[in-house]
Design a protein around this ligand. Sequence first.
Ligand code: ATP
Ligand code: MG
Length: 283
Amino acid sequence: MKTLKIAIQKSGRLNEKSVELLKNCGLNFENYKSSLISPVSNFPLEILFLRDDDIPEYVQDGIADLGIVGENVIQETEVKVSYLQKLGFGKCSLKIAVPNNTSIQDVADLNGRSIATTYPVILKKYLDSLNISADIRTISGSVEISPGLGLSDAICDLVSTGGTLKSNGLKPFADVMSSEAVLIGRQGSESEDLIQELIQRIQSVLRAKETKYVVLNVERTNLNTVLSLLPGVKSPSVVPLAESEWVAVHTVIPERDFWDRISQLKQAGAQGIVVMPIEKIIL
Ligand code: ATP
Ligand code: MG
């Protein structure tokens, strides 16, 4: 039987969440310590631990069948791979930022200015789309300090909270792209059975993550009002309780809907509300 290979980041911002996702899919493997390849003991799969920049190319060339990497890295390396699934972590934006005391007011003011970045390909496309011609200075890290050192007028870098910009006297100026971790595959490989099985496992974990199992007790007289507030995967189950006037309602609900409805549920007479995490949802 064929053994698949999936490439994930060796260390850095996406490593922990990638490992957690694969473990939640029921895959048993030793986390990276000294070896760069970990075999999975209960699925025909090997995990390759790589620098994130190398992942798109490894997948494009078929050295790895699958990869988990930020969309920003795929766009920057311009490889041709299939996007199989957005993964909901590693969310960030690529932004142009300028010093707090800058004279740059409008995007057009970037004409003729210098912008330091580790994302020259994406930045060039963005500037070209706006007909702006700036001097793109490609550097390999610590981009935020370059305006302070007089090396550039602006920067283009990944931002999640904006804290790093702030502590370097910079402010966000324009959004270039937003990004999150995605599962990628070699083009045309998505029809393979093993890859399909893995995608389905990942989707069942992602679905479960944003959904809760809710159990509550309610008097029969208030049951219909409570049920009208609770859309389940199908309809909620209603279970009789020892006290004949009362029932327990079990349902599965997206967490954000639950928080929207909690006060209405209590007003409608729901009591003893218990919210539990779900491990997997297989449709
Ligand atoms: P490697 O050593 O693997 O090359 P790296 O230093 O290039 O790692 P990290 O800083 O670990 O990369 O970031 C990995 C990915 O995490 C980024 O490509 C991006 O998709 C995502 N990310 C999420 N938030 C941020 C952020 N605030 N800054 C940088 N990257 C972020
Ligand atoms: Mg990198």
